[in-house]
Design a protein around this ligand. Structure first.
Ligand code: ADP
Length: 447
């Protein structure tokens, strides 16, 4: 229980203590019981320095309450209230305040306590008492003040709400505009797409008609040149033969270009027809190699069939299309080899019912950064273009399509200047094997 006399003995030697210093004394004593006197001294010092009040101290390190001004007293009350609230909650602190006021009322007139102590009690504590001390006018003034405060807050809120609403409206309008734009773009894109599809159809038809129309005269030219070169139409001089042979080669290139264009067009329009039957790949390879032998010889290339397996199973394939695959890949190997190079062909049975074919050359290779494009339509690597070899960039596109249509895969390994190895797989025929491959190891040897 608060002992006011003790406070007088401790603090005051002269003037009688006022209710505010008695109030803080009560709080200090209570805090000492709770936190211990050393801690309370620190709490008071911190409160007094952080509020910047000048305070006289006693020899025991405690503030001299008798000589403290109201600011210092208020700082100490806040410091203790904060500490009590942090440790035990606001209700506990409120109770301590109530008890202190009760103790003061024993010694001081209520009016004096209310007038001197209440202004020092921090906001949020003893609020009911504070209101009770107010006169009717003061109370009305306070209520008006509160109403004004509330109105100001309300206005601020309304302003903020309006701001947010107009922001939202703007966002909605922008969204709506974006949505409209998107719809319009979508519409335009669909129309452009339709136009492109129609154009593509026209182009496709055009290529198809032109290529077909070209095929017949080109075959005619080939046939005539053959007659001339064979001497069927009279003996030719060596010079005449040389020029005719050049014409024959150019014509052949033209035929292969026209075939590639027709092939790519058929793939795109879905008109590529397949007729599958069990075939022996070794026969196809032999056939293609035989045809390419003159070209390989002209370049002094060696083409060999590594470990030619004698029991290679058949595959279910379209003979014409698979022939085109070998024709393209081996022709490329010849075309992109350096004179005197070597081409190695391999074929073997793999696990899981697949055949693996490889075609390896030691030619110009494919630059790393362009390898991802190699199966794209019309793509030709920069080193191939620079080497001034003829080509349409359609061959590998067609080859990949054919292999995949057969249920196989195609890929390659290469480094620029270091040749290419193309690999592809084809599923082994499901029909019982009857045809065993013919024997032999080196198929073509030029030089
Ligand atoms: P192209 O008619 O140009 O040979 P392809 O579609 O057959 O067209 O090949 C596409 C490109 O792939 C070629 O232009 C070339 O850059 C590259 N390429 C294909 N095969 C080889 C190879 N054996 N060696 C080096 N580059 C090759």
């Amino acid at each position: 229980m608060f002992e006011f006399r003790k406070h007088v003995q401790k603090q005051g030697k002269g003037a009688a203590p006022g209710p505010s210093s008695a109030f803080v004394f009560f709080l200090i004593e209570h805090a000492k019981e709770t936190f211990g006197s050393v801690r309370v001294r620190d709490i008071l010092r911190t409160a007094l320095t952080s509020w910047g009040t000048k305070t006289p101290y006693l020899s025991d390190g405690y503030p001299d309450l008798e000589r403290c001004n109201n600011d210092a007293i208020a700082s100490m009350i806040i410091g203790i209230a904060n500490e009590l609230t942090r440790a035990f909650g606001a209700t506990f602190t409120e109770n301590i305040f109530e008890r202190a006021i009760g103790a003061l009322q024993v010694k001081f007139a209520e009016g004096q306590v209310m007038a001197e102590v209440m202004p020092l009690v921090p906001a949020g504590f003893l609020e009911e008492r504070k209101i009770r001390t107010l006169s009717k006018e003061e109370l009305e003034r306070k209520v008006e003040e509160k109403i004004r405060e509330l109105r100001a807050v309300n206005e601020l809120l309304e302003e903020k709400v309006q701001e947010r609403t107009s922001e939202l409206k703007q966002m909605l309008a922008a969204n709506e505009k974006a949505a409209q734009l998107l719809v319009r773009r979508d519409f335009e894109l669909t129309r452009a797409n339709d136009r492109l599809r129609k154009l593509d159809e026209v182009k496709s038809n055009f290529i198809s008609v032109v290529a077909h129309q070209l095929r017949t005269p080109l075959s005619g030219i080939k046939w005539t040149l053959n007659l001339l070169l064979n001497g069927d139409l009279g003996v030719l001089t060596t010079e005449q033969k040389t020029f005719l042979f050049k014409a024959y080669e150019s014509n052949d290139r033209m035929i292969s270009l026209v075939n590639d264009m027709l092939g790519a067009d058929r793939i795109e329009s879905g008109k590529m027809r397949y007729s599958f039957q069990p075939i022996q790949l070794l026969d196809v390879i032999d056939n293609v190699l035989y045809e390419l032998l003159p070209q390989a010889n002209a370049r002094s290339l060696t083409i060999s069939f590594g470990d030619r397996p004698s029991d290679l199973p058949k595959v279910d394939a379209d003979p014409e299309r698979i022939r085109a695959v070998f024709q393209n890949l081996i022709e490329n190997a010849v075309k992109y080899s350096r004179n005197g190079g070597t081409i190695l062909i391999g074929a073997r049975k793999e696990p899981h019912g697949m055949l693996l074919v490889s075609i390896k050359d030691d030619g110009i290779g494919i630059p790393k950064e362009q390898q991802k494009n190699i199966f794209n339509r019309f793509f030709r690597a920069s080193n191939a273009v620079k080497a001034e070899t003829d080509g349409s960039g359609l061959g590998l596109y067609i080859v990949k399509n054919i292999i995949e249509r057969h249920g196989g895969k195609i890929w390659f390994q290469s480094a620029e200047g270091d040749g290419v190895t193309f690999y592809f797989t084809l599923p082994v025929s499901k029909q019982p094997a009857s045809n065993i491959a013919s024997e032999g190891s080196t198929v073509g040897n030029a030089g």
